[in-house]
Design a protein around this ligand. Structure first.
Ligand SMILES: Nc1ncnc2c1ncn2[C@@H]1O[C@H](COP(=O)(O)OP(=O)(O)OP(=O)(O)O)[C@@H](O)[C@H]1O
Ligand SMILES: [Mg+2]
Length: 329
């Protein structure tokens, strides 16, 4: 990054999208004042349940949907005033594949680079085919590609004009586990070579594996926005569960002061936040009751817990909720 380059890849302020209703379709405020900053070089995840507004946000960045209000800057360029600069700075993989199956992958990538005015010398077609494991099918008609290969070709297509920012809407939807892992490695590789990546995903395991920072979108609002580690630390529901070899009617008296609870008749559970002893001491304090330990399970907070916490409740200021049931009580 040179001194004059902005440090943020994306700066979004007060972004609103109102889809106007048409006959049978109700009007929808899909984005209700989104503020979001994505630092240059980061691998940023946008999570949220179905209909939260993720694709709407991405489609606005891609120039596929017009925003209603707010401002968007991409690598310092304003979406309203410098549309061409914005377009050349981002490559977008939309949620739905839109590959023209008439072309071969190689032709498609060459054509795409040409569309952006990239001289043949600067094109990276072979590099992309190699990196996304598509070389074997480079000259085959695209209709012969499997779903996973098409998804990877979509990523290559988005990168054909060498944009500094790659935006992926559900990159691994419909991709099997093995290919998903391969695509994760390729996404990480792209980040290492300096590309900023913003992705949406429904696979929380994918977000946990890839993303350093995350925003959770819920009913058109940002419900949480922090580093992955901070989000995981916010919810301290780690626990230790020890299964013993005899039925118990209650927590043994020596364990009660430490906060153990009994689940069923044989499982003793201790929330990690309450654990003041080492694991060895805890095991001993169970065993002194003449109990044999037959299983130990530790539970770590994961992104699913965080996701549930921020998306189960109603969005705080969502207009549709402000006046919920005003006259019932
Ligand atoms: N073209 C459109 N016209 C009217 N409403 C729309 C349109 N596109 C999206 N919506 C509505 O806007 C809201 C947000 O949709 P969006 O596709 O952005 O959600 P999403 O977070 O991407 O969901 P998913 O996880 O299912 O992909 C939804 O209520 C959706 O029905
Ligand atoms: Mg979507």
């Amino acid at each position: 990054m040179t001194e004059n380059e902005p440090s943020n890849a994306l700066e979004i302020k007060g972004l609103v999208k109102l889809y106007k209703g048409k006959r049978s379709v109700e009007a929808k405020r899909a984005l209700d004042g989104i503020d979001l900053v994505v630092p240059r070089g980061s691998l940023f995840g946008l999570l949220g349940p179905n209909g939260a507004g993720k694709s709407t946000l991405i489609n606005i960045l891609a120039g596929l949907t017009l925003k209603t209000a707010g401002s968007v800057r991409v690598c310092g360029a304003d979406l309203d005033r410098e549309e061409r600069r914005v377009k050349s700075s981002i490559g977008v993989v939309p949620q739905e594949n839109n590959i023209d199956t008439f072309f071969t992958p190689r032709e498609l990538l060459e054509f795409q680079a040409g569309l952006y005015g990239m001289p043949p010398k600067e094109r990276i077609t072979n590099y992309l085919l190699e990196m996304l494991s598509l070389m074997d099918m480079a000259d085959a008609p695209t209709r012969r590609l499997s779903g996973g290969m098409r998804r990877r070709l979509m990523v290559a297509k988005a990168m054909a004009h060498r944009p500094p920012i790659l935006i992926l809407d559900e990159p691994t939807a419909g991709v099997d586990i093995e290919q998903r892992r391969a695509l994760w490695a390729q996404i990480k590789q792209l980040q290492k070579t300096g590309t900023t990546i913003l992705l949406t995903t429904h696979h929380l395991e994918e977000a946990q594996e890839l993303c350093e920072s995350l925003a959770i979108l819920h009913q058109g609002h940002i419900a949480a926005n922090d580093t992955k580690d901070n989000l995981l630390n916010q919810l301290d529901n780690k626990s230790l569960t020890i299964t013993v070899d005899r039925d118990l009617r209650d927590v043994p008296p020596n364990l009660r002061p430490h906060g153990w609870t009994l689940e069923g008749s044989r499982r003793l559970k201790l929330p990690a936040a309450k654990a003041s002893l080492s694991l060895g001491q805890m095991m001993l304090s169970v065993q002194v009751n003449g109990l044999n330990i037959i299983d130990i399970v530790t539970y770590e907070t994961n992104l699913e817990d965080v996701f549930m916490k921020f998306t189960q409740s109603a969005a705080p200021d969502a207009p549709s909720n402000r006046q919920a049931y005003p006259t019932l009580f």
